[in-house]
Design a protein around this ligand. Structure first.
Ligand code: ARG
Length: 299
């Protein structure tokens, strides 16, 4: 087993806002690229359940199988470790069934931690829990958010820009707050389809300079912005989006993606990426996929 056991491995204290390893990598063509080692924060789904409905995927009547969710989550964690990525763990909190979706816990860029402020009261306590993890692990540039934002659910970081979603969860004012705190340009994108309520359900960075996305999740103006910024993007169809195929994690070479996203898997293969399929069907019952379970710590 490659799995690392509790307690948490030590986390280096990072200061300043120098370029992340990803930002330092040479620009690469659209097809494939060089994998860079990532540091991820994950939360075991020990208390996972579908007990309330705050997005159209959730049906409290149908619930979810926690044991299956734990097995699937362990396989995701193993996949990352097999690819050479470092995985740190945060202790799950009882009564917070969505805390497994670590991506929503914060946005960390250049060692600066911008805290989450959840839109729904059911998840509100997750914000301070994640922030406390960072403080405890030596991060000293930590900002409590004034405006509603759900971390990496709605903020996706590329080399020169941070893409930010709004429309369902994250307040547009948080986009500016993040820009000022992180010192990086933030581009606002409007989400229009309630199935794709977070930016990371509709788009993922392939590397530091290109993305894959489902155009139908965005307003016409935001679609045009995406076409201008990413003329070589991998375009996903509705079938792939509907299995949360865009909720994927790329290290520049390997793309960890829901196995059901058949069309997108082929398109990524043709574009030169190595596809690593995972089954997160149980977590999808809460509206989450691989990326939702994964908060990237960008030093
Ligand atoms: N049930 C959670 C919610 O609706 C799922 C969060 C998924 N996370 C994500 N990064 N898209 O808030």
């Amino acid at each position: 087993m490659l799995g690392r056991e509790n307690p948490l491995p030590p986390v280096a204290v990072t200061t300043g806002a120098g370029p992340s390893p990803a930002a330092a990598a040479a620009p690469l063509p659209a097809a494939g690229g060089t994998a860079t080692t990532r540091h991820f924060l994950m939360c075991p789904p020990e208390h996972f359940a579908v007990e309330y409905a705050i997005n159209p995927w959730m049906d409290p009547g149908a619930g979810a199988d926690r044991a299956a969710a734990i097995r699937q989550w362990e396989a995701l964690r193993s996949a990352y470790e097999s690819l050479g990525h470092r995985v740190s763990l945060i202790d799950p909190v009882e009564g917070l069934p969505d805390m497994v979706f670590a991506a929503n816990g914060a946005l960390v860029v250049g060692g600066r931690v911008y805290g989450a402020r959840f839109a729904h009261p059911e998840r509100a306590a997750e914000g301070p829990a994640y922030l406390e993890w960072f403080v405890r692990n030596g991060y000293d540039q930590v900002r409590e958010a004034t405006f509603t934002n759900e971390g990496e659910g709605d903020f996706l970081t590329l080399d020169h820009v941070i893409l930010a979603g709004t429309g369902f969860r994250t307040d547009i004012a948080a986009h500016f707050e993040a820009q000022e705190f992180l010192g990086r340009p933030v581009v606002t994108l409007r989400l229009v389809d309630p199935r794709f309520y977070h930016l990371d359900t509709a788009l993922f960075p392939l590397n530091g300079h290109n993305v894959a996305y489902f155009p139908g999740a965005f307003s016409p103006g935001s679609q045009e912005v995406l076409r201008r910024l990413f003329p070589d993007a991998v375009i996903a169809g509705e079938d792939d989006a509907a299995v949360l195929g865009l909720n994927a994690v790329s290290d520049g070479t390997h793309v960890v993606i829901n196995e059901e996203a058949a069309g997108l898997r082929s398109a990524l293969g043709r574009a030169g990426f190595e596809v690593v399929p995972v089954d997160l069907s149980e977590l999808r019952k809460a509206g989450g996929g691989p990326k939702c379970c994964t908060l990237e710590i960008r030093g």
